[in-house]
Write a protein that binds this ligand. Sequence first.
Ligand code: AMP
Ligand code: MG
Length: 340
Amino acid sequence: MCLFSLAGAPVAYAGEPFYQSRSYVFGTLATVTVSGEAESSAREAIAAVFADFDRLHWMLHAWKPGELTTINQAIAAGKARIPVNREIAAVIRDSTLISGQSGGLFNPAIGRLVGLWGFHKDRPAGTAPDTDDIARLVNANPRMRDLRIDDGTLTSRNPAVQLDFGGYAKGYALDRAAGILRRRGVKNALINLGGNLMALGRKGSASWRVGLQNPRGPGVLATLELRDGEAIGTSGDYQRFYIVNGRRVAHIIDPRTGYPVPDVQAVTVLISGGKRAGVLSDAMSKPIFIEGVSGWRAAAARLAIGRVLLVDDRGIVHLTRAMRKRLIFPDSTLSLSIQD
Ligand code: AMP
Ligand code: MG
């Protein structure tokens, strides 16, 4: 339910002008909208956010040559004490924490598996990989806790670790963007990074209203109003996928099996304000997605995520009561399965 304008053009909405720019970054269309500011400060703030997105895009890219690919090559070569900058060190520490909390289901160390399945390309494509190759990578058991950081250096005790922050970077970028905007005094903004969004303040006299994409077909599955500081993140099997033998191969991989997760179309998590709302909105969708229709509720409870929605392979929407309260479903024929 985004209102698009030409890049940067002021648009009146609910009595207040807002300024908006769009750009392709992190493999998705990013839109930043600022409301309630003078034009020059709004434009400068938006430009600062996009500059940071661009910087992070190159620093954390999983396969295009940059700082992360250099680190990954050094890990694969078995090198010790690999230099890492402070920010990458912090990202590794934080994602290691989340990986532990998720029982290893959120696992940014499985970059080799993600690549083996054909997702280290701008347009994912492939044939199903060799089952022996999958088994070898699963048995090598790459985990975040194989990594040790000290004194600005990184050492892996497992050369099979390959870092892939594709399930973390957009959320991290949202948290950074919120910080940049707030430091500039911007109180009202909507940052949209494809499947991950964060709201600051309001849009004029109304809340920011956003839509969740229908995983199959056009239109929105649901809409909601995002409150100040909230972030929402969706992982879907419709975002990056290809078809092999009539079966959809999508980009969320179960580290236990080495296979893409079947039978889930989408998982959305809604996270309340806080310094890491963006990161949590991105990372937490993965363990819940991987646990699937039978395990999503327990996984969300373990992770203390109260507002969750999962769309199964038949299009049935499973969701918590707390999530239900926040959503409006335009299609009244949709099957909802609400759990406490
Ligand atoms: P998203 O676009 O937020 O749904 O994230 C999908 C991306 O997360 C994939 O393209 C991979 O880069 C990465 N990914 C896939 N499986 C996992 C996993 N089990 N843990 C962490 N990251 C993953
Ligand atoms: Mg994401």
